[in-house]
Design a protein. Structure first.
Length: 409
């Protein structure tokens, strides 16, 4: 039989609530080490609590869990106020987090503190009202998937459904507005900006969820049947919203972490030519350690290179270094690149003439060179440029010698 109509089409794109629950759990696991290490940071604790609440929403809104809670409590549909309360708490926690997060770098103003108190008071009142309305309502028939539309016209239960949807809508609208205003500010870290954009998209999807639910409920009030908006459209939209929001929280942390790891590994690779050169002087390299972190390996390589270069740089021919620098500039290299090429020429010359007596006057140049081992190592990757600089410097030296001889005569 062919599936027709919006309800049938949407049912083919069902997203299990276990998927957003798993994504939110993954985000919590990624954040957990930082939360534990910096437990005194209230923002990190708030993020952890928000992700935990988000997991709880999707776990307890699964039909099988709804049925289990109803059986355990012995009250038909007791899961309704429980799920509504969790969803209300999550929406309030998101709003509070964005307010606190945006003001974390400066002293919180009196207006910010009042806003936080207002949100806490208002949404605690909403949660209390949800339970009171449920106690007053008559809901004898258990509904696992379509409770919102089934009881939309039931006294007190209809008001409860409207209350949680309005509270969620208001929180999402304000949160979305704050996020997109924040995205437009100058000086944001790139990872934070992209994370905020994902959060903004997630809260935009939440507004679609609210619109679908409210439209379906309003249709019931008007005697029409648009239940598919609530039962078939809203759940996958909510799942996508949760996945996007979780990604928004993960991205700034994970992105910065991966970027830092990449920079450390890139710096380690850049030092490989200079490390190989210094090993020809020292003989032995750095002992391999299986469990060494990338940062530790980089530090060991830098230390090894500097330890080998320190006595070697005292034998650099200062005149050759100056001529090589001028030669590199004459070949069109920028000053930073010219210094690195001149240093490479000087180091290679010192290796060829190890018997030269150290000259203490080269101390300052040696200090600068040891601070620029990355640029020196990158220069060693281009031996043809080094040879060009060395040849031009040698020609310059011969020209100076000829002129000196001519002057003496």
């Amino acid at each position: 039989m062919t599936v027709t109509g919006p309800s049938g089409l949407l049912s083919q794109f069902y997203i299990s609530f276990w998927i957003p629950a798993a994504v939110l759990t993954t985000a919590l696991v990624i954040k957990l080490p930082t939360i534990i290490r910096l437990w005194r940071d209230p923002l990190l604790r708030a993020v952890g609590g928000l992700l935990l609440l988000g997991c709880a929403v999707f776990v307890f809104c699964i039909p099988s869990t709804i049925a289990a809670v109803n059986r355990w409590a012995g009250v038909p549909n007791i899961s309704a106020p429980w799920c509504y309360s969790l969803l209300t708490a999550v929406s309030a926690a998101c709003l509070l987090l964005i307010i606190a997060w945006r003001n974390s770098l400066s002293d919180r103003s009196a207006a910010t503190r009042r806003a936080i108190r207002w949100v806490i008071s208002a949404y605690c009142g909403v949660i209390a009202a949800l339970w009171l309305l449920f106690a007053l309502a008559d809901t004898p028939v258990e509904r696992l998937r379509d409770l919102d539309t089934y009881y939309a016209t039931t006294p007190f239960m209809g008001e409860e459904i409207l209350l949680y949807l309005v509270a969620h809508t208001v929180a999402c609208l304000i949160t979305s507005w704050l996020i997109w205003n924040w995205v437009c500010t100058e000086g944001l870290d790139a990872w934070l900006r992209w994370g905020l954009k994902l959060l903004g998209v997630g809260y935009g999807l939440n507004q679609i969820f609210d619109a679908a639910k409210l439209t379906a409920v309003a249709a019931r009030w008007a005697g029409a049947d648009l239940d598919w908006l609530s039962t078939d459209l809203a759940p996958p939209v909510a799942a996508l919203a949760a996945i996007t929001i979780a990604a928004g929280f993960i991205l700034p942390h994970a992105g910065q972490y991966l970027h830092d790891r990449w920079r450390v590994r890139q710096a380690h690779r850049e030092l490989r030519p200079l490390y190989r050169l210094t090993r020809t002087v020292q003989g032995d390299g750095i002992p391999f350690t299986l469990h060494a972190t990338p940062e530790l390996r980089l530090t060991r390589r830098e230390t090894f290179i500097r330890d080998v270069l320190l006595p070697l740089t005292r034998r650099i021919d200062a005149d050759l270094a100056r001529r090589s620098y001028d030669a590199a500039l004459g070949l069109g290299h920028r000053p930073e690149r010219a210094r690195a090429l001149a240093s490479a020429v000087g180091i290679l010359d010192a290796l060829d003439t190890r018997g030269r007596t150290p000259d203490p006057a080269d101390g300052p140049d040696a200090t600068r060179l040891l601070q620029e081992i990355g640029a020196l190592s990158r220069a060693l990757r281009h031996p043809e440029e080094i040879e060009a600089v060395r040849a031009r410097a040698a020609v310059r030296a011969e020209s100076v010698a000829v002129l000196s001889d001519g002057g003496c005569r």
